[in-house]
Design a protein around this ligand. Structure first.
Ligand SMILES: CC(C)=CCC/C(C)=C/CC/C(C)=C/CC/C(C)=C/[C@@H]1[C@@H](COP(=O)(O)OP(=O)(O)O)[C@]1(C)CC/C=C(\C)CC/C=C(\C)CCC=C(C)C
Ligand SMILES: [Mn+2]
Length: 403
């Protein structure tokens, strides 16, 4: 992973570093030749004010982030609807064929390597993907690896060397792989995936935009700004994943509502991440929590840097946790609509991640010095629960999750 970072930081000097990621029999210096609502949950806590136009997805800054992101949701949903219609009519295009030089063994190796990375970084999630069909599973691995590498650019060991120029180069690579010109074997796997499934480039570009935001911004004025950030770095993952995980053929839900749920799961996960990591982020000079909400609670950045759990802090955190749970609730509505084999890993990740919020409560809201985590026993119990939910029909499940 760090070799890729080096390439992004300084592509010429470190071109050789990339070799370490690629088996000797795969082309490297030259490119591989493989083929490549409804508004979402207007939370009571949400403050919708105009935000600066830092979105690559949508240009009009006078609308709220939710409205702007919803446009992307509609576009993604339309793509999937079109692809389902083509399948139903037997009109489906064959995957892009290249110049005949595609080496299927190399492509299989590329996907295998993606699986290995996924198993290393996200064990439970990897196990869940094993229940998916082999085609879907490896496509999800390829998306996972691209997201992980993108995140590593700003969060990994070489993050201090990352510049806007480096992110520009990463985006050029993205454009290339979407056009069937992958640079390395991980890119080759994703390139193949996006040629087979109705995956759009926009959420990928938006994730890079989120990394740009992380480089230049360390405060969020209000929830509207934070929402957009969460969409960029995590909501996008939901939008990338749905076309690959597939919607159940028997699903009666609208495609938009499934995408909305996927977006909500990404937002919920990222909000949870932010609440878990308050202390850690503060030590890097970062405060993701909305400034106006902090002020309304009588809190400021100084209180966060001081890291003292007070009643004010507890009460503020209760509101933040409540909002994150509302996004999880919104996400739950969509999981049952996914194709049956994809539901389990999604339920598992939802149940596991949501329990981090319980752990913050159990730590008496000390997210300054105590890391909230879900213990092994709780993790293990969650897996069969997730499996049970994955087997349930949407109507029965709806009653259960209404609790
Ligand atoms: C089944 C499933 C969960 C599929 C998603 C697989 C996938 C492509 C994951 C990529 C995750 C990733 C590497 C994102 C990069 C940015 C990032 C790190 C975001 C944070 C993830 C948590 O990771 P971690 O705890 O390791 O964070 P640190 O870097 O250590 O701080 C995020 C919080 C976001 C992850 C977002 C999702 C997993 C979205 C999931 C949504 C779906 C899969 C859609 C499901 C569909 C419906 C209808 C609900
Ligand atoms: Mn991260």
């Amino acid at each position: 992973m760090s070799a890729v970072l080096l390439w992004v930081v300084c592509p010429k000097d470190n071109a050789h570093s990339l070799l370490s990621l690629v088996p000797r029999n795969c082309c490297t210096q030259r490119r591989c030749s493989s083929s490549s609502s409804n508004k979402l949950l207007s939370s009571k806590l949400s403050f919708s004010s105009g935000v600066a136009a830092y979105s690559s997805a949508v240009a009009n800054p006078s609308r709220s982030s939710e409205e702007r992101v919803y446009e992307v949701v509609l576009k993604q949903a339309a793509l999937v609807r079109e692809s389902r219609r083509e399948s139903a009519l037997g009109l489906k295009k064959e995957p892009i064929e290249t110049d005949g030089t595609t080496d299927w063994n190399l492509l299989n190796d590329a996907y295998e390597r993606c699986g290995e990375v996924c198993a290393e970084y996200a064990k439970t999630f990897y196990l869940g993907t094993l229940l998916m069909t082999p085609e879907r599973r490896r496509a999800v691995w390829a998306i996972y690896v691209w997201c992980r590498r993108t995140d590593e650019l700003v969060d990994g060991p070489n993050a201090t060397h990352i510049t806007p120029k480096a992110l520009e180069r990463w985006e050029t690579r993205l454009n290339d792989l979407f056009e069937g010109r992958p640079y390395d074997m991980y890119d080759a796997a994703l390139s193949d995936t996006v040629s087979k499934y109705p995956v759009d480039i926009q959420p990928f570009k938006d994730m890079i935009e989120g990394m740009r935001l992380d480089l230049r911004k360390s405060r969020y004025e209000n929830f509207d700004e934070l929402y957009l950030y969460c969409y960029y770095v995590a909501g996008t993952v939901g939008l990338m994943s749905v076309p690959v995980m597939g919607i159940a053929p028997e699903s009666k839900a609208s495609t938009e509502s499934v995408y909305n749920a996927a977006l909500a799961l990404g937002i919920a996960n990222q909000l949870t991440n932010i609440l878990r990591d308050v202390g850690e982020d503060a030590s890097r000079g970062r405060v993701y929590l909305p400034q106006d909400e902090l002020a309304q609670a009588g809190l400021s950045d100084e209180d966060i840097f001081r890291g003292k759990v007070t009643d004010k802090w507890r009460s503020f955190m209760k509101g933040q946790i409540k909002r994150a749970r509302m996004f999880f609730d919104e996400a739950e509505k969509g999981v049952a609509e996914l194709s049956s084999a994809s539901r389990w890993p999604v339920w598992a990740s939802l149940l596991l991640y949501r329990q981090i919020l319980d752990a913050i409560e159990a730590n008496d809201y000390n997210n300054f010095t105590k890391r909230a985590y879900v213990g092994k026993a709780k993790k293990l119990i969650s897996l069969p629960i997730a499996y049970g939910r994955a087997l349930m029909e949407p109507s029965k499940l709806a009653k259960l999750v209404m609790r």
